[in-house]
Design a protein around this ligand. Structure first.
Ligand SMILES: C[C@H](O)[C@H](O)[C@H]1CNC2=NC(N)=NC(=O)C2=N1
Length: 112
């Protein structure tokens, strides 16, 4: 499989299926630092990134915003002094789509 972050996002429609167990087994190893959590009954990918101060946390937040805008797919972002918590899920299907794994992989790339 080509590197997850390089894969194109696919159009996600209202009735698109959520990721299967088999897809999770395929994709999750490519984003090992992310947890699959359930928030408000919705499966999400979540990771907290730490930084030396607020300015660096904010700069990372904006980099994630840029990749989200480029993909037309957006996370929940909690930006604090020294930490940014990122949650990816697909609103249209109230759950996880392959796009969320792709964007999580891209998020890791802009954290470096
Ligand atoms: C109209 C707009 O493209 C859609 O609402 C997009 C925007 N960004 C999105 N982001 C996420 N995470 N899920 C969506 O379903 C979604 N839909």
């Amino acid at each position: 499989m080509t590197q997850l972050s390089r894969q194109p996002c696919e159009a996600c429609r209202k009735h698109s299926p959520t990721v299967s167990e088999a897809e999770i087994k395929l994709f999750k190893p490519e984003v090992p630092e992310w947890r699959i959590v359930k928030r408000d009954g919705i499966m999400q990918l979540e990771r907290a990134f730490t930084f030396d101060d607020f300015r660096q946390a904010l700069a990372f937040t904006n980099r994630v915003g840029e990749i989200a805008e480029a993909a037309g797919h957006h996370p929940a972002l909690l930006t604090e002094w020294g930490r940014v918590t990122v949650n990816w899920w697909t609103h249209k299907i109230n759950g996880l789509h392959r796009n969320d794994f792709i964007l999580a992989a891209r998020t890791d790339e802009v954290a470096k």
